[in-house]
Write a protein that binds this ligand. Sequence first.
Ligand code: EPZ
Length: 416
Amino acid sequence: MEKLLIKGGRKLTGKVEISGSKNAALPAITASLLVSGKSRLHRVPDLADVRTMGRLLERFGAGFHHKDGVLEVDTSGVKSFEAPYELVKTMRASVLALGPLVARWGQARVSLPGGCAIGARPIDIHITGLEKMGAKIALKDGYVVARAKRLKAARICFDIPTVTGTENLMMAASLARGATVLENAAREPEVVCLAELLNSMGAKVSGAGGSVVEIEGVDELKPPDYSIIPDRIESGTFMTAAAITGGDVVLKGVNVEHLDAVMLKLTESGVVFKAQAGGIRVIGPERLGANDFKTMPYPGFPTDMQAQCMALMSIAGGTSIIHETIFENRFMHVAELKRMGADISVQAGVATVRGVKALRGAEVMATDLRASASLVLAGLAAKGTTIVDRLYHLDRGYERMDEKLKALGASVERVR
Ligand code: EPZ
């Protein structure tokens, strides 16, 4: 088991290159299942989740070659349509294969994802949408078994603006007969990236980024050659790292338009942003101001930045209220932050964070991807040494984070 050993108290300074977005890359990879041929994607980050998706595509019979950020997927050999539990349980995003397999191959057997640390995270909305498009779906032995001759257009209104639900059904509808309308669709930049990728393949998707997305089905798509957007959550995480250490960091290759809500909150807490060619400079204040957060679907404050900002607020001057509305159990980092001296109490999805002068280094355990980022941030600011265990959580969604932090002057060491 790998751990990260962090000696806190250093201000981060210098430049950091933001990687391609994990949550845009994962659906982009399964979109290759909509065609038979060689898809090419650029700026694909080297992450555990991308490698897992690669194993899944190879299970289907596809070729998967990822080098220096360029990913080539050859789907001409696809002959199996089963996403097995042992892969899906390690990465829920595997369900993004469901829509493309049913749309292009007329069949899929995808394991139900099962539970997750941060919440139940069902996929009922994905399934209902596919049924509305004419798929015959049975839930058998923990698997979703789907069949369809050819999907047909439908008007689908989501109870919740589900991100991967919107992506799954957008992909399915791109090869359906007629024009599908998704209402109350997710508006995340990753959804827009997928829509643009699909359109570059010959699909006819309009309205992505808004709450109503229309997809005019076509008979055939062609393999893409497309570049993934930068990772807005990695960007927000490094902005928070500069803020929590009182540092001065330039983020290169970031798309600040995806970070309005995050940058507004950080600005209100005293962080200074200065636009720079091809990036943004982030200057952390001597003393952070407390602030309130409520996670919401995009363009609201992102749930994927909640844990990182809780670490930040734990040393701010004053009391902050953090309301998590997307997932029912996304406060696993609270207990670990308290072991570092944070003063946090949780009541029914709302955390009250009373800022303390300083955190103290401790041995802590990561429980999920963004909780691990939160603990790393806390370690960077804490007095003394922090050891973050179960580093595989961090490696799922951050490309070489320890090396990037080291290059910014942090004292971090990956140890076994
Ligand atoms: C995506 O997950 C992201 N993952 C998550 O990022 C992110 O936290 C989440 O969106 C919310 O922004 C990827 O894009 C691969 P949802 P997703 O469906 O699509 C409920 C990270 O850290 N729901 O938008 O699974 C669900 O339980 C990860 O990178 C249903 O009830 O999230 C949740 O409460 C973590 N039924 C809410 O909707 C459904 O059929 C939002 O979930 C689908 C979702």
